[in-house]
Write a protein that binds this ligand. Structure first.
Ligand code: ATP
Ligand code: MG
Ligand code: MG
Ligand code: MG
Length: 580
């Protein structure tokens, strides 16, 4: 049999009829059922032959486009010494996400979550003058992040493949050009991968600016929420955009109250039960991270209710352990932001699924998750709740409320209309880093005038393994995977439907012809029923299925397009020329 034809009878593959028990999203279910990946531990996966082929094709597209913008491929180890990350502060900043380990001499190492430090040091070692710049380097490499909730299979791994590239320029204009080239390369990459993406601003204050942008693949399974203005094209991650402070609210004209009652001092269990009772769309457990939590409780011996706003500066998540600490009176002082009750906006005011900022620190609170007693006295024009917690005082936004997170229906910050919201998977992220890393690690070059210039950098990432899952999310259907041509493991899946030796012979001939024409062909020559073979062909997802069955007696074979389901009969003698 010719090169380019793989016989299924010999393929290392076993398909499964049942979805894996831990799978929530379609890509996880299908990639496991179709035998592309297998789970080893949470967020850690092995790749089987079909999965490897897709992964290699995705990598090839990325390499071609990176090479096309002048990127040069290098490779760094995943196992890295502590010192460079110490120099930039990231050894500590990364927190629990960083996998840290020690060697036999008790020296500290880490498994690289991203490689800015190492690239900076490499360029520092290999360059000296302005003549050596600009430079763009990239790698396709395994990254490690101890994600808090590895979920959705390879969509969020703890070990995953990323293409990361870094640009090194001497001027701001140079950096802007490098950034623009990457932006275009990313658009070409995602188009070739068959991924629909929305480019969104990823940094606040960068209205229409380009200091950082994300490429989000619109999809329900995505963990990012973005807003978009159909009228103007404005698009931003909700984390990145703020609306002006809300207008002054009058509580007097708000309608009837809603009262939430829980025991005096809530325990973690009553909190969880309460939160679940609010019907937020899923069941929480005590181990969960709750976003935007506000707690009101009565401390022992105190006559008054005390409001404990719970938040983490610069972070939107509050973990239950901290929350528990917060509601245990003796430990309130441990909470960095325990003086929340002193802030006017927390004693009375405008709260909701909004961000509140004071002195550059953002606090997020959500009245849907309130324990103790709270009176939801009404909603503003955006559907946000106004909560009256200390009776008798008027709410005045007094400057403590600087901005609120945007929501669907809000006016677009560029004034062009109202926003719509959607979810997306972060596929790529491009970032003008500037001189931060070069300064921390001493990367300079001698300028034409003989004076040293600090290098300015950009960093650019694409989730390679994540792309395989995201393509699945956007293309798969109820029957299985559906691969776009550019990444499909095989272009044509030839099925021998019956037992007639003439069918096997014709299928062999066609498969060889297609392979000779340069296509990769999967030939189902197994001794299985036609039903099993067709179901597997749909599950495995090659773009075209060619069935050699009863029609052969009349000189025809059947060609099925996986994506549209469209079938047609083609004369057996024409089929190679037609598909090749
Ligand atoms: P996320 O917001 O999804 O956690 P991130 O912003 O932390 O991603 P970056 O540091 O910007 O990720 O990394 C660049 C790219 O690497 C991301 O755009 C994404 O495609 C991919 N990526 C990041 N984390 C993971 C992961 N845990 N599993 C798979 N791919 C990932
Ligand atoms: Mg992350
Ligand atoms: Mg992100
Ligand atoms: Mg990112």
């Amino acid at each position: 049999m010719a090169r380019g034809v793989t016989r299924m009878s010999g393929l290392f593959l076993r398909t499964l009829r049942e979805d894996p028990a831990d799978a929530e999203v379609i890509s996880h279910k299908l990639l496991v059922r179709a035998g592309y990946v297998r789970r080893v531990a949470p967020g850690i996966y092995s790749w089987l032959p079909l999965g490897m082929k897709v992964l290699r094709r995705v990598e090839a597209v990325i390499r071609e486009e990176m090479d096309a913008i002048g990127g040069q491929e290098v490779h760094f180890p995943a196992l890295l010494p502590r010192e460079p990350y110490e120099a930039t502060g990231r050894w500590t900043e990364y927190g629990d996400t960083l996998f840290r380990l020690k060697d036999r001499k008790k020296a500290d190492y880490l498994l690289g979550p991203t490689h800015e430090e190492l690239f900076t040091l490499m360029v520092k070692g290999e360059t000296s003058s302005y003549r050596d710049f600009p430079i763009t380097l990239y790698q396709v490499q395994t990254k490690y992040r101890d994600e808090e909730r590895p979920r959705a299979g390879i969509l969020r791994g703890r070990e995953f493949t990323m293409k990361d590239s870094y640009s090194f320029d001497l001027s701001d204009e140079g950096l802007a050009e490098s950034y623009a080239r990457h932006r275009e390369a990313y658009q070409r990459i995602f188009a070739r991968l068959g991924l629909e993406v929305q480019i969104v601003s990823a940094m606040s204050g960068a209205m229409g600016g380009s200091a950082s942008e994300e490429f989000l693949a619109p999809c329900e399974a995505g963990e990012d929420t973005y807003v978009r203005c159909p009228a103007t094209g404005f698009a931003a991650n909700v984390e990145a955009v703020t609306t002006p402070a809300p207008p002054e609210q009058s509580i007097a004209d708000k309608p009837e109250a809603v009262v939430y009652d829980t025991p005096d001092t809530p325990t973690i269990e009553t909190l969880v039960a309460h939160v679940n009772g609010l019907g937020l769309g899923r069941e929480f457990t005590a181990a969960d991270t709750l976003k935007n939590v506000m707690v009101k409780t009565r401390l022992p011996g105190a006559a008054e209710w005390t409001l404990l706003g719970v938040g983490v500066p610069g972070d939107r998540e509050v973990d239950m352990k901290r929350l528990e600490a917060a509601v245990a009176p003796a430990e309130v002082a441990l909470l960095e932001d325990a003086d929340f009750a002193a802030h006017p906006f927390l004693t009375k005011g405008y709260i909701g699924p909004v961000g509140l900022a004071k002195n550059g620190v953002r606090y997020l609170v959500d009245p849907r998750i309130v324990t103790g007693t709270a009176w939801v006295t009404g909603a503003d024009e955006h559907g946000r709740h106004v909560v009256d917690l200390v009776a008798g005082r008027d709410f005045t936004p007094d400057g403590t409320i600087e901005a609120a997170e945007v929501r669907a229906g809000d006016p677009s910050p560029d004034g062009g209309g109202s926003l719509v919201a959607a979810r997306g998977i972060e596929m790529g992220h491009i970032f003008q880093l500037g001189r931060k890393y070069a300064e921390a690690l001493g990367l300079t070059a001698l300028g034409a005038d003989g004076k040293p210039v600090t290098v300015t950098m950009g960093s650019y990432g694409v989730g390679v393994t994540r792309a395989v899952a995201a393509i699945t999310e956007q293309h798969a259907d109820a029957k299985g995977l559906v691969w776009p041509a550019e990444v499909a493991p095989y272009a044509v899946h030839v099925v021998i439907a019956g037992k007639d030796p003439a069918q096997a012979e014709a299928a062999d001939r066609i498969a060889t012809g297609l392979a000779d024409a340069g296509l990769e062909v999967l030939l189902d020559d197994r001794k299985a029923s036609p039903g099993v073979k067709f179901a597997d062909a749909e599950l495995l997802g090659m773009p075209t299925t060619l069935t050699v069955g009863r029609g052969l007696a009349n000189g025809v074979v059947e060609v099925t397009d996986r994506a549209s389901g469209e079938r047609r009969e083609v004369p057996v003698d024409d089929v190679v020329a037609e598909l090749a």
